[in-house]
Design a binder for this molecule. Structure first.
Ligand code: MV4
Length: 498
């Protein structure tokens, strides 16, 4: 087993690794940029190494500086986290070349799945259903046009080097094809340095459901059920849950999706943790979309329904150990939901809200997990992704997990910056969400409705406030309002307790 692991990341995910490494008796090494010296992942790690200026290209994305830190501190393995260098095949290769174990899949698997057309080819060769589309990049609008003639409109143009919606265009009519092709291609060239485009039939109002897979270096592969990730905005996931409400009501769907995911992973010679994304429709049909060759932000919902520690398993697999269980030993229990808490203002078009955290009180209690990267007094930097924490709730039923999440959101107090907590309260109270009636357009639709971001206090509290203000307030005589659930009462109590 390793004795020291460098974590090439910051924020909550770095803390996630520090915790498991400590349980395993492995020394944790954090890295930090000029602005991250006071960050929580630096404070909590066993060791920390400075790697450069704030700009991520000079620090968290700089392969040489990270390997240099690993060498200086005597690390023997490197975990990339998510984002940054996590899906960079060159980084995985450079780690191995430098004598460090990369805690993740092989450079070859990363490169294979990085090309979206190669990924489709691999998934298809393994026998997973893929969206009808062109086999490789189409070099001209003529080829895209030929595909559209066969498949019919609408079609989706996508970047071969893409992912995450960049360089993607929906085309509804033949006369729009040429300009959409040019726009997608130049966007892809700008974003990925590769303007190649391919075409797919467009799947309308689909759900985004993904399967977590895990494989060892001895050829054993298992899947750990699905996550429903349809609640998203601008290709950023907002809420994830496991199991998917659709999969729960479709007999055999989990087994079919799990088998398809394993076939794709097997064809890629995959090991370590990975995720196969699918588009699914309400009839239970699903299609391979792409594979993410990293541990994902939303892995905790899978951990809570399986009882597994995915980071521990990643480390054991990287060290050459065998998977300690088989597929039939994987049992899913209850329901888990995750909210991504961001420093942003939902009332002001989700404008980022970096700044100093003045007061912080994080939720807890039964069935609640907070994977947080913040503390009071710390300043949320504007240089990196402003995700503050992930709030995850588990219970035996989805209904109770939702109630627990609402209870925890009510306990979550962060001042000095704006947060998207009110957005989660709106979603979790929405009848369509509660019915599990989800698709990738769900959140845009909800945001078109009038959402009250600053609800007014109920009338009886306004009367009470007026009494207090008029100095006629006599606690022994004044009748207190019955709605003790009110935020205003709670806030008042907390002010008194401070
Ligand atoms: C699609 C699609 C509909 N039809 N492909 C968006 C990002 C990339 N991962 C793939 N994406 C989509 N591909 C076909 N043929 C709809 C989407 C899509 C989407 C997918 C997953 C999660 C959210 C999404 C939001 C809008 C569009």
């Amino acid at each position: 087993m390793f004795s020291k692991v460098l974590i090439a990341n910051c924020g909550e995910i770095a803390l996630r690794f520090i915790r498991t490494l400590r349980e395993m008796g492995i020394c944790s090494l954090s890295v930090y940029s000029d602005i991250d010296r006071p960050a929580l992942h630096v404070r909590k790690a066993d060791e920390a190494a400075h790697i450069g200026p704030a700009a991520s290209s000079e620090s968290y994305l700089n392969i040489d500086r990270i390997l240099d830190a690993a060498r200086r501190h005597g690390a023997d393995a490197i975990h990339p986290g998510y984002g940054f260098l996590s899906e960079n095949a060159g980084f995985a290769q450079a780690c191995e070349d430098g004598g460090f174990t990369f805690i993740g899949p092989s450079p070859r698997s990363i490169a294979l799945m990085g090309s979206k057309t190669e990924a489709r080819r691999v998934a298809k060769s393994g026998g997973a259903p893929i969206v009808p589309g062109t086999d490789s990049g189409v070099t001209s609008v003529t080829e895209a046009s030929a595909f559209a003639r066969e498949a019919g409109f609408p079609v989706m143009l996508k970047a071969v080097a893409g992912g995450g919606g960049k360089g993607m265009r929906r085309v509804d009519r033949r006369e729009d094809l040429s300009s959409a092709f040019d726009a997608a291609s130049s966007e892809a060239a700008r974003a990925f340095g590769d303007g190649r485009i391919y075409a797919e039939k467009l799947i309308e109002n689909a759900r985004h459901i993904e399967i977590q897979v895990l494989g060892d270096k001895h050829g054993n592969l298992v899947h750990l059920g699905e996550r429903e990730c349809s609640v998203q905005r601008r290709h950023q996931k907002v809420i994830e849950e496991s199991p998917s409400p659709l999969v729960v009501r479709m007999p055999g769907m989990r087994e079919r999706m799990g088998e398809a995911a394993l076939r794709a992973a097997r064809a890629a010679g995959y090991y370590n943790a990975g995720t196969i994304e699918f588009l699914a429709d309400n009839s239970g049909s699903f299609y391979f979309l792409e594979m993410n060759t990293r541990l994902q932000v939303e892995h905790p919902v899978t951990e809570l329904v399986t009882g597994l520690d995915l980071v521990r398993l990643q480390i054991q697999i990287a060290a050459g150990e065998r998977l300690p269980f088989t597929q039939d030993q994987v049992a899913l229990r209850g329901a888990a939901i995750e909210c991504r808490i961001y420093a942003e203002d939902p009332a002001n078009n989700f404008f980022p809200s970096p700044g100093r955290i003045e007061q912080l009180s994080e939720p807890g209690g039964p069935g609640v997990r907070v994977d947080s990267g913040i503390y009071s007094g710390w300043t949320v930097p504007l240089e990196y992704d402003p995700m503050l924490s992930k709030l995850i709730a588990w219970s035996e039923t989805r209904e109770h997990a939702i109630e627990r999440m609402l209870r925890s959101l009510g306990e979550y107090h962060v001042s000095g910056i704006k947060s998207n907590i009110p957005l989660f309260q709106a979603i979790l109270n929405d009848p369509a969400f509660r019915a599990g009636d989800l698709h990738t357009g769900y959140l845009d639709q909800l945001l078109k409705t009038e959402i009250d971001w600053n609800p007014k206090p109920p009338p009886e509290l306004l009367r009470l406030a007026a009494l207090v203000a008029s100095k006629q307030f006599r606690p022994d005589r004044t009748e207190l309002p019955t709605s003790l659930e009110s935020r205003w009462l709670r806030t008042g109590r907390e002010d008194l307790l401070r």
